[in-house]
Design a protein around this ligand. Structure first.
Ligand code: ZN
Length: 132
């Protein structure tokens, strides 16, 4: 289990993915709190089978980020969801997407040993899900 902080001004998914690749972590749980300079989150449209993206071009609090690390395309892949709050206490959230920039972030990471969980295309949902 690790505690740490992520670098100011960097893209969340780029930084987290680099940590997992550099530390050779293929199975884990990630969570944390902090703030973003701006955010981009996805909403999966079931009928269209594609993500719609929502952008927040303003500073927000991260009230919660939770995600997992598994294998996709033969490398560590982080899937995270995030809830964000604004200066009025309104809360938004979604699937963490590239384009979310760190202001400050305190990360807690659990690393697990055991068989890798591998993502592959799922016909029913159109998503890259875990398969046996
Ligand atoms: Zn998601």
């Amino acid at each position: 289990m690790f505690f740490g902080k992520l670098s100011h001004g960097k893209d969340f998914l780029v930084v987290m993915t680099a940590i997992f690749i550099n530390e050779n972590i293929s199975l884990g749980r990630v969570e944390g709190i902090g703030a973003v300079q701006r955010a981009r989150v996805g909403y999966y449209n079931h009928a269209e089978r594609e993500y719609q993206y929502i952008e927040f071009n303003k500073p927000l609090e991260i009230t919660k980020l939770f995600g997992n690390v598994s294998i996709k395309d033969n490398k560590p892949f982080v899937h995270a969801h995030v809830t964000l709050s604004d200066d009025k206490g309104n809360v938004f959230g979604g699937h963490l997407a590239p384009g979310t920039v760190i202001f400050a972030f305190e990360i807690i990471l659990n690393v697990f040993e055991g068989p890798e969980l591998i993502r592959s295309y799922d016909d029913l949902t159109g998503l890259p899900l875990w398969h046996d």
